[in-house]
Design a protein around this ligand. Structure first.
Ligand code: AMP
Ligand code: MG
Length: 472
């Protein structure tokens, strides 16, 4: 039986300089690794046979209604501007209009070379494909706005990085793939007509109430402020917050060397390529403001009076840190059981975080243990924790149901980096059981699952992943 994807494409109606139309490059022996039935159902996609889906999600067959194209964009990578990036190893198959009315991109990642591949091979290997599958699905289950994973396919071809590795293709679903870098591409060329078309398209697709570029900027700032505060509340480090990896929709995108913190240290960096800690855990709030300033710069030419626009945009960007702080307070307040935290509660939260950092307490387990009274065990300086606990209990006295709030805010399970690495190693040697188990457990991250208690353990010293390679 053939898979049915109800395509309804719109990006391909934008001017031709927005993309390069082409099919994927076929692979030798496509084999389906995973298909996300629950996600497919929300998209109105009807499953086909495994062979059929393997062919389509490897790019060997173009499904009816698809309009495969590589999207062009630019971007600041680690602060330096690249005027020409684009989908170098990805292809937009098309969009579906889901039964709930929302429009979603269906994209193949690792589908072969495109005009934007530069020196790259256009391919992905199994490791990053499964990492993105597991982590993006875990993020969705945690309630974080994110791209999703619809399918993973093994290609049967080797991909050459430092060694020969098994190739794979990920099918990604996104509210759209419009990035800050998409605006930068046209702004850098002074292509006002394209900029206007992109603004109109983005507004219609994501923020129909935004009438002006000012409105759009504020909407994106709000969405990104909420997103990054949400990341921080879960100990998530994106790893490569380049402007080409920052969406207009406010979804998390491009899971490369991302990871969740185990023992809490605010300066934690995982990515092997982030040598100066630009995208460290506690720098993410600064970086997203910087990225929004880049978006603002692109929107200026849409106004005749540039000086006035700059003045208004500057104010909007300068207001962003306070937006993030407010979101942060709500998120971290909830983590300690406060349903309506106020400014005075901030020191209560940072007081706990400071103790955690001093003792290297596990971020996820400490917050979860606050609910069951076991948090003290996470600390070496127990007296300091006890003193904090007295302050906390006094504040909690006026809260109606702190336990319930904390239990739905502090996950039991996160995709711990050493488990993700272990899963990839197993998959490379042909064992997909850890991949399937991670997906199953992480689908209910707030639920105690006694048979998965091992997945709550922080890494032992020898299990600790020192660096996560971009290695895409
Ligand atoms: P990313 O690391 O996913 O943010 O990618 C940054 C840029 O490099 C994008 O333009 C990608 O399309 C491109 N790129 C990354 N890996 C490859 C590859 N293997 N082949 C071609 N282009 C790539
Ligand atoms: Mg990217």
């Amino acid at each position: 039986m053939s898979i049915q994807i109800p395509f309804s494409n719109s990006y391909g109606q934008l001017p031709a300089r927005f993309y390069s139309r082409q099919p994927a490059t076929p692979v030798s022996a496509p084999r389906l690794i995973a298909f996300n039935d629950a996600l497919a159902e929300t998209l109105g996609i009807a499953r086909g046979s495994d062979d059929d889906m393997a062919r389509i999600f490897a790019g060997n067959e173009v499904p009816p209604g698809a309009d495969p194209l590589a999207q062009v964009y630019a971007g600041h990578q680690f602060g330096g501007f690249s005027p020409q990036l684009g989908d170098g190893r990805a292809l937009l198959l098309g969009e579906v209009q889901a039964p709930d009315g929302t429009r979603r991109d269906i994209q193949l990642k690792g589908a072969g070379r495109t005009p934007y591949s530069r020196g790259g091979d256009g391919r992905a290997w199994l490791g990053p494909v499964l990492r993105e599958y597991v982590v993006s699905e875990a993020m969705a289950a945690l309630g974080v706005p994110t791209t999703r994973a619809l399918a993973a396919v093994a290609t049967g071809d080797a991909v050459f990085r430092e060694t020969a590795l098994p190739g794979a293709v990920l099918t990604r679903v996104a509210a759209s793939h419009i990035r800050v870098g998409t605006f930068q591409f046209f702004a850098a060329r002074g292509d006002l007509e394209a900029l206007q078309a992109l603004f109109d398209y983005t507004r219609a697709r994501h923020y129909p109430d935004a009438e002006t570029p000012d409105d759009l900027l504020v909407s994106v700032i709000d969405a990104q402020a909420a997103l990054v505060a949400h990341w921080l509340s879960l100990g998530f480090i994106h790893g490569v917050m380049n402007t080409d990896n920052t969406t207009l929709s406010g979804e998390t995108i491009d899971y490369g060397p991302c990871a969740f913190i185990d023992d809490y240290h605010p300066q934690t960096v995982f990515s092997s390529i982030d040598r100066h800690g630009r995208y460290a855990y506690d720098n993410q709030a600064n970086v997203i403001v910087w990225n929004m300033a880049q978006l603002a710069t692109c929107l200026v030419p849409l106004y005749d009076d540039a000086d006035a626009a700059v003045e208004r945009f500057t104010a909007a960007v300068h207001a962003m840190p306070a937006r993030i702080e407010a979101e942060w307070l709500t998120r971290f307040g909830a983590k300690i059981g406060l349903s309506a935290p106020v400014e005075a509660d901030r020191t209560l939260i940072t007081g706990l975080l400071d103790l955690m950092a001093r003792d290297g307490a596990d971020f996820t387990n400490t917050f979860r243990a606050l609910t069951d009274g076991q948090a003290r065990d996470q600390f070496t300086d127990r007296a300091a924790f006890d003193a904090w606990h007295v302050r906390w209990q006094a504040r909690l006295a006026s809260e109606p149901q702190p336990e319930a709030l904390m239990a739905r805010t502090n996950p039991v399970f996160i995709p711990r980096n050493h488990r993700v690495e272990e899963m990839i190693e197993a998959a490379v040697s042909g064992d997909f059981a850890p991949f399937e188990r991670l997906n199953r457990v992480l689908a209910a991250p707030f639920t105690d699952q006694p048979d998965a208690a091992d997945l709550t353990r922080p890494p032992q010293p020898h299990e600790r992943v020192q660096q996560t390679f971009c290695g895409t």
